[in-house]
Design a protein around this ligand. Structure first.
Ligand SMILES: [Zn+2]
Length: 176
């Protein structure tokens, strides 16, 4: 038996689709019923034909720039603060902040789920609207040019500062 991470019902192993990660075969986190529901949502809403159609996502010049920016390595570091219920999460990105927030959202709804347990465990207790609201609450604390190494140092500095002020940070629950 295995408990589905979506409906929280313990089901037979055969009720879960298989997945392969680095050659190892395991089972999906969600049961077939929940997975199928998600796949339908994904096809309809999250990744519609919109992305690739003639007047879709990639037809807009600005969107190409987003991706360009995202791929460029020497961009400014953005340290950001997100409010999640009574908790906070500090992160950094070298991408545009909205690109990073979209990957947060995508990670949570995909197989990278659980990569940030502190954050994801609280999101698990929230509705989709509340999650959206928490993502939209994000503010940029600091912007600075620098390497990834400097970004990590900068992020640590902000984490320390906020912990000192008594903020309830979810960062401590992550393996970094
Ligand atoms: Zn399920």
């Amino acid at each position: 038996m295995k408990t589905c991470n979506k409906c929280n019902i313990a089901k037979e192993f055969s009720e879960f689709h298989k997945r392969t990660i680095r050659g190892k075969v395991g089972l999906q986190y969600s049961c077939k019923v929940c997975q199928n529901k998600y796949n339908k949502l994904y096809r309809q809403d999250i990744r519609p034909a919109y992305w690739n159609s003639k007047d879709g996502y990639f037809s807009i010049k600005d969107n190409w720039k987003y991706i360009e920016d995202y791929n460029r390595a020497d961009k400014a570091i953005k340290v950001y603060l997100m409010k999640i219920k009574e908790f906070f999460y500090i992160g950094y990105t070298k991408a545009r902040i909205n690109v990073r927030l979209n990957t947060h959202r995508a990670d949570y709804y995909s197989k990278s789920r659980g990569k940030l347990p502190g954050l994801h465990n609280v999101w698990d207790t929230m509705s989709e609207d509340e999650i959206k609201e928490s993502i939209n609450s994000t503010i940029v604390l600091q912007t600075k040019k620098g390497t990834r190494y400097e970004a990590e140092k900068l992020e640590k500095k902000w984490i320390k500062r906020y912990l000192k002020q008594g903020y309830n940070l979810l960062n401590r629950q992550h393996n970094r």
